[in-house]
Design a protein around this ligand. Sequence first.
Ligand SMILES: Cc1cc2nc3c(=O)[nH]c(=O)nc-3n(C[C@H](O)[C@H](O)[C@H](O)COP(=O)(O)O)c2cc1C
Length: 311
Amino acid sequence: MSTVDLEVSIGRLTLKNPVMVASGTFGYGSEYAGFVDVNAIGAVVTKGISIYPTDGNSAPRIVETPSGMLNAIGLQNPGFEVFEREKMPFLRKLRSKTIVNFFGSTVEEYAELAGRLDTVEGVDALEVNISCPNIKRGGLAFGADPQTAASVTRAVLRRTDKPVIVKLSPNVTDIVEIARAVADTGVDGITLINTLRGMAIDYRSGRALLGNVIGGLSGPAIRPVAVRAVYEVAQALDVSIIGCGGIVEWPDAVEFLRAGACALQVGSATFRKPSAAMEVLQGLEVFLKKAGHAMVGDLVSTVKVHGGGHP
Ligand SMILES: Cc1cc2nc3c(=O)[nH]c(=O)nc-3n(C[C@H](O)[C@H](O)[C@H](O)COP(=O)(O)O)c2cc1C
């Protein structure tokens, strides 16, 4: 079998391979170090951090659903200082890149935290979360409007020289419009997608199953929505796209590459199988080799559509 070059570039960020773990599903990396080879993957994307510690939402915070799960964690995290002191030492030693996912409740908070992260050695890139569906302030409040999404992104770019990726929400009417506004700021890449807003009720008691009532749906159930979002944005814009949403096995990753993503994040699948991302990477490499592709880029945007392309 031929060799294959797995390296990918997302704007100024280069990864040794295209597979990452998605924010909030792999802690800060160290939690999984005893179970899997964290160094194998292209990057660890951390749980989202804020300037100050955040407790998150009241329990229950997770519910299993058909082909997926609902979560309403509410962006619980220990805050920047504890993150830097206690989580960075492990991440700094990794051979995988470290992408820090973060959020704020005002544009100024996003900018302030970007400035602080800019000074932290070992942080290779920032992923801006403007797409969390289950916190009252912040998150989706910034990601549902093109102008607001662009102004948060510009504020972050002004405060850091590190590569910046913006993570978008599928809970919008036209994701291309939001992606265009963000891409026009000169950002390095866009992650598509965060969770879909959802809700579940216990039919006997009538109780909402999540403490926060509404949460974010993830897992295989959302994959077609994510693939569609990647496809639409890739057709319309010239920006690096990281595909995320329902990737469980390596063929799912190939689907995202064909839709137009140049890199991938494995999320909830890790809860079932901690080695999910590593196995996706292995399977993808074998597939590329067997198919005679020299590099990952050979597969990007290779979807073939019947006739007109739209139903
Ligand atoms: C428990 C949980 C926590 C999450 N926390 C974050 C977070 O802190 N920041 C963020 O941008 N996305 C967060 N996400 C969204 C995931 O990174 C990912 O976008 C989403 O789950 C879709 O991918 P999947 O279907 O592979 O899980 C979280 C998802 C889950 C399930």
